[in-house]
Design a protein around this ligand. Structure first.
Ligand code: M1P
Length: 235
């Protein structure tokens, strides 16, 4: 019996690599993968979700590969078990379920392009409830406490937790913060950034601190006008 080579993984795209685009895997390819798995760890990484990948690679796909990364790894299975984001979501929803706060509404986790937005009260709350939560949070520190638990538990995922707005915080891969937009501004030698949450952990922090920007902390829109006037309009 062949011994698997330690530390070696063969990771495969799906369309046009394991199957014809959107088509079902051939018996020959399945057999090849079975043989390969005897000598190295084997994984797949596809942009589609698990339903579509299952249609192509078969109902037993999570049994047939050591790693199955669907949605580019947003949903990850290792040895049949969900790891990563899904584990994060399950843990976070349990945490919110156990939270003793006066009001909870729906949509506690919102999927956005490139980030998750987590709200202990739920994004379906009314404006009044939102204002109330903001006041409550300032005293009870619900968001910072929750972030510190999640950071501790999921440190290995290299996530950034960014507290902005009133009722939520954003979670995204490191580097996918507001500095991401700077790659489109290579033509500018001087980039001024204005934001209120420029402190560590705030969602303006990274771009405010960036070497490529001159950072300005503002306290509210009136302050923004004041600072802009002093800097650009009536220097
Ligand atoms: O722009 C700041 C934040 O605004 C919203 O926060 P909240 O709903 O908590 O007030 C969210 O869109 C959040 O993602 C964003 O960072």
């Amino acid at each position: 019996m062949a011994v698997r080579r330690p530390g070696v993984i063969a990771l495969f795209d799906v369309d046009d690599t394991l199957t014809a685009p959107r088509k079902v895997v051939t018996p020959e390819m399945s057999e090849c993968m079975r043989e390969l798995r005897k000598v190295v760890t084997v994984g797949i990484v596809g942009g589609s979700d698990l339903t579509k990948i299952t249609e192509q690679l078969g109902k037993t796909v999570i049994d047939d590969y050591d790693y199955v990364f669907t949605e580019n790894g947003l949903v990850a299975h290792k040895d049949r078990t969900l790891i990563g984001t899904q584990e994060f979501i399950n843990f976070t929803l349990h945490y919110i379920a156990d939270l003793d706060i006066p009001i909870k509404r729906g949509t506690f986790i919102e999927f956005r392009s490139g980030m998750l937005n987590v709200s202990p009260i739920g994004r379906n709350c009314s404006q009044e409830e939102r204002d109330e939560f903001e006041r409550y949070n300032k005293v009870q520190n619900i968001r910072p406490k929750m972030v510190s638990v999640l950071r501790e538990k999921f440190g290995h995922l290299n996530l950034t937790f960014s507290i902005g707005g009133q009722i939520s915080f954003d979670v995204f891969p490191q580097g996918w913060d507001k500095t991401y937009c700077l790659r489109y501004l290579d033509d500018f030698q001087e980039i001024h950034f204005f934001g209120d949450k420029t402190y560590k952990g705030g969602n303006d922090h990274e771009i405010y601190e960036s070497e490529r920007t001159v950072g300005h902390t503002v306290t509210n829109p009136e302050d923004t006008i004041k600072q802009c006037t002093a800097l650009f309009l009536n220097p």
